[in-house]
Design a protein around this ligand. Structure first.
Ligand SMILES: [Zn+2]
Length: 257
């Protein structure tokens, strides 16, 4: 087996689409959309394409959120069992953290080193010999389709192709289109290290999209304002998920831009 750096392998090896969700455990609509997407993909002829899907990247975090919801405890939960933000733990731009990132790191830890967390390490290991050309990570609730980079202010070499796909998904995601831009622009120019989309792009060469599913629909109900779960999820997930599935489907299946 000839494996180049970054998992580039023999030309005949099947292409893989990576789909991730549940990295941030309050962002439940991403998991819901992911499962609906898998149901859709299972009924399709993918022409030899493999799908590598991890619907719940952060199971410990999700269990904590579910427990909190069950007993009516209103808590903000972002990390894994050790309090590490898994979407700062991938090996992408890790040593480029500036002052702001280090200050933010005091609130949510990026981990002790790249892939220090078992959840991230397991994904990196499982993907090491795959030929990945598409990657989709489902978050919420910014109403945006984001592409690399997050850890740099410089556009990626294939920014135009990313942008074309991001715009296409953004237009189809909702009646009122989502925004489409690079992650670093979305973050007001604040660079962030350790994101999954940067790792999947830089390390594997995949076209990588991060979809911030749905928009905050807090309305004026105080009961929702004080409930962190409501910040990240639409009131009616069954209405949001099907349209998101159709929006990302061509990208996931490997369609050309
Ligand atoms: Zn998120």
């Amino acid at each position: 087996d000839r494996r180049g750096p970054g998992g580039a392998g023999p030309r005949e090896r099947a292409r893989t689409t990576v789909i991730l969700s549940g990295i941030h455990p309050l962002e439940w609509i991403g998991v819901e959309t992911h499962l609906a997407l898998l149901e859709r993909l299972a009924a399709e002829d993918l022409g030899g394409r493999s799908i590598f899907a991890v619907p719940i990247v952060n199971p410990d975090g999700l269990l904590r959120v579910e427990m909190n919801l069950r007993v009516g405890r209103r808590r903000y939960v972002r990390g894994n069992a050790r309090g590490v933000d898994l979407n700062r733990n991938f090996d992408a731009g890790w040593y480029e953290r500036g002052l702001v990132q280090r200050l933010v790191g005091l609130v949510s830890s990026p981990g002790s080193r790249p892939a220090s967390e078992p959840e991230v390490e397991a994904i990196a290991h499982a993907l090491s010999s795959r030929r990945i050309d598409r990657a989709l990570s489902l978050h919420s609730a910014g109403g945006a389709v984001l592409y690399p980079p997050a850890h740099s202010l410089w556009p990626v070499a294939d920014a135009a192709e990313h942008r074309a796909f991001a715009l296409r998904v953004a237009r189809a995601a909702d009646r009122r289109p989502y925004r489409a831009m690079s992650y670093v622009r979305f973050a007001w120019g604040i660079r962030k290290a350790g994101l999954e989309i940067d790792w999947l792009h830089d390390r594997h060469g995949a076209l990588s999209l991060l979809v911030e599913c749905s928009r905050g629909e807090l309305g004026l109900r105080p009961s929702r304002l004080v409930e962190p779960f409501a910040w990240f999820n639409p009131r009616k997930p069954d209405d949001a998920a099907p349209q998101l599935v159709e929006a990302v489907l061509p990208f996931v299946r490997g369609a050309r831009a």
